[in-house]
Design a protein around this ligand. Structure first.
Ligand code: 5GP
Length: 115
């Protein structure tokens, strides 16, 4: 059950988190183990375990995460210098929490990604 993930518990306020944004569709909070000076996770309130589980009708869920991250970056003065957004899917990408989420990384030059 996706709702039983750590992120589901954060959404329901059963676990604490440093929440930086929330609306009726999604929540955003700081990553507990930041990989950049700014590392925020954008998580939809709709339970979806991985990108593989996204249905034809749910494309807007991911679009909403990207848009919310871009708006956050602009509000926080991160947009001009730039930022990275990443979604991990399953083992080879290192997904550890099985509720889809978008990582926003910013605040310093970022290394190139890959292997
Ligand atoms: P994934 O590897 O699944 O794409 O990313 C999961 C992210 O969730 C990791 O960057 C990890 O540090 C973060 N994370 C795991 N548990 C918690 C938690 O309890 N609170 C917060 N704020 N982040 C968490």
């Amino acid at each position: 059950m996706t709702d039983d993930t750590i992120f589901g518990k954060i959404i329901r306020r059963e676990l604490p988190a440093d929440i930086v944004y929330e609306d009726d569709r999604l929540i955003a909070f700081r990553d507990i183990a930041p990989q950049a000076p700014v590392h925020v996770l954008f998580v939809p309130k709709t339970p979806i375990a991985t990108l593989n589980d996204l249905t034809d009708g749910q494309a807007a869920v991911v679009g909403g995460l990207v848009h919310a991250a871009a708006e956050y970056a602009k509000r926080e003065g991160l947009a001009e210098d730039g930022y990275r957004v990443v979604m991990n899917c399953n083992e080879h990408a290192g997904q550890t929490v099985f509720q889809i989420h978008l990582h926003l990384l910013a605040g310093a030059p970022l290394g190139r990604f890959g292997t």
